[in-house]
Design a protein around this ligand. Sequence first.
Ligand SMILES: [Zn+2]
Length: 391
Amino acid sequence: MQADLKMNFFVEDLINLPKVRVRSVVREREAIFLQLGFREEEVACPHCGKKTGELNQTRTVRVRDLPISGQLVYLQIPRRQFYCKKCQQYFTEELDFIETGRRFTRRYEEYIYERVIASSVEQVKREEDLSWHQVNGIHQQVYERKKKVNWGQVKRLGLDEIAKHKGHKKFVTVVSDLEKGELIEVIDSHQQEEIAEVLLQQPLEVREAVEEVSVDMWGGFPKLIEKVFPNAQIVVDRFHVMKAVNDNLNKIRKQVKFKIKIKGAKWLLLKNQKDLKEEGLEKLEAVLKQSKRLRKAYQLKEDFREIYETTQDPESGKNKFKEWLCKAQSIYGDAVKTIRNHLNTICNYFLSRTTNGVMEGINNRLKLIKRQAYGFINFENMRMRFLSCFT
Ligand SMILES: [Zn+2]
């Protein structure tokens, strides 16, 4: 008996739940069952705060907790219902380590939540011997507990579109805080009115504080931005403009009939010249030697990047880009047209030179989450998973 009490004392230490006593420990196959009790016989009424010891009834629930030494742990918790004389009401005792109606402790749910973010529902489900719906439900529960309703202060905001599924034509709009490098909203549409509807839920002072909105060249964003973020300057994100030029250069490369095939030609052409080592430069020269048109296109691409690197204000940026557009007209038909249409907003980049890596980084991270997720059951599920990875 004495030995038992002593052992339980150590188990109580181990499970680290103040106010709780461990009455017995039972091991069954791979699992440990801890029968709990409480140190206090009186609890405070949630309505009036007065302490009462008038126990009406007790019902035991089984709740999953964090594993101990690789073994599953279940807590058998007596849920006590008391009667408060002052309020003339029954109430069930509130416990800080489990939420009403849940079958998992809070800390276990937090642990599952973190693991889902680090891997995927599929993987956690297998490792924890839970069902897909249990893992997904826990993730949702913790997310609801943590989510921020208001964005807080966002000065530089990015709007971007990503495909719902790989190669899919359905898009979602992702909203990010470019200064913090965080995703702040995901919208199930790329239609202006629908996006506006979601964005307008933010209070006016939050929207007015946005100074700059970065976008790509495809969405019909300008009107929407004026309406939602009245003080914002529209900037076409540098990453998207450079991508338009690079895509066009790659198209030109595909049209060339090479006599000598050189491995990695695409990569050599798209990479910044200043980042190439001697060996790379030699290979690049071997590629360019084979087509005058490709050489010209390549030089124009490098010139374009140079303008981005060296320009200090929108006005001179505009002049340099205009000059470039004239020279590039005959070679870069597609990109020239797109850039000309957005020249003013492209040049707004030079106002504050918002880094072009942030949107690209968020984009890549979302793609990775999508790949690991093996699909989502619905949009809300996808949105939540995305957002939780950035908090
Ligand atoms: Zn009361």
